[in-house]
Write a protein that binds this ligand. Structure first.
Ligand code: ATP
Ligand code: MG
Length: 235
């Protein structure tokens, strides 16, 4: 389903973290969102997923206006998101986390399939507070998929993971796409995003400065300048 973000502004005090941003995911696929630290990527995901209300602009998902709706209302319409630091229900087991996230019951087959895909079978009875960071990231992916979304917003799904789990996660994201779902990913790992995304949007200071195929983005002068500017600031 088409997601159209039109001229969205989100301010924190005087700072426009998202500053008139327009993005069109016009067909099903895997899309990337990149940009230097603090460029507004997570804030944009928060606005799309209902965790923050936009100050200006509109967001359409299919025929419906979703700007300003609650996260649960937006999830029911088919958009779910993960967080930079995975959020799971700490006091529930892995399996209970998946059960709790489902909108309707009678889906044991689905829970088993998700546990297979995300390597959770062996820890199904472990409390989510006791599993490793990497396992929490896997559980969070399984948990949002259990909500049967049509569009997943993934905020840095590979950050903090060992290289072997990065590769596993990339394969899982491809598998999720094969299930017919669309994916919009924030990612700092350029190898990952270049490998996955069909189209990439670049944010800088809350504004979209470029969009295009990975090969176009790699050579875009504005993009290179935004990233070089960022790395020279850090030095
Ligand atoms: N709740 C908040 N209150 C005040 N300022 C915020 C809040 N959330 C984000 N900001 C600011 O908004 C700007 C954009 O932050 P955001 O987290 O969206 O960036 P990002 O592109 O996701 O960065 P990163 O790559 O580091 O995750 C930053 O200057 C940040 O400090
Ligand atoms: Mg972020």
């Amino acid at each position: 389903m088409r997601l159209v973000v039109s001229n969205v502004v989100k301010k924190f005090g005087n700072l426009a973290a998202v500053d008139g941003c327009s993005i069109d995911l016009d067909k099903d696929g895997i899309y990337g969102l990149v940009g230097p630290n603090g460029s507004g990527k997570t804030t944009l995901f928060n606005v799309i997923s209902g965790f923050l209300k936009p100050d200006e602009g509109e967001i359409m998902f299919g025929e419906r206006r979703i700007g300003g709706k609650s996260p649960i209302a937006i999830a029911k319409l088919g958009i779910v998101r993960t967080f930079q630091l995975p959020r799971v229900f700490s006091n529930l087991t892995v399996e209970e986390n998946l059960e709790a996230s489902m909108f309707s019951g009678e889906q044991n087959n689905k829970i088993n399939e998700l546990m297979d895909v995300f390597n959770l079978k062996g820890i199904r009875n472990s409390l989510a507070s006791k599993i490793s960071f990497g396992q929490k990231k896997q559980l969070e992916l399984a948990r949002v998929l259990s909500m049967n979304p049509s569009l997943l917003l993934l905020d840095e799904p590979t950050s903090g993971l060992e290289p072997s789990l990065v590769k596993t996660t990339v394969d899982q994201i491809k598998y999720v796409r094969e299930m017919g779902k669309s994916i919009f990913i924030i990612e700092h790992n350029m190898n990952v995003i270049m490998n996955l995304a069909e189209k990439i949007f670049v944010l800088h200071n809350g504004k979209k400065i470029a969009e295009g195929a990975p090969s176009e983005i790699k050579t875009d002068a504005l993009v290179i300048e935004a990233y070089l500017g960022e790395s020279s600031k850090k030095e």
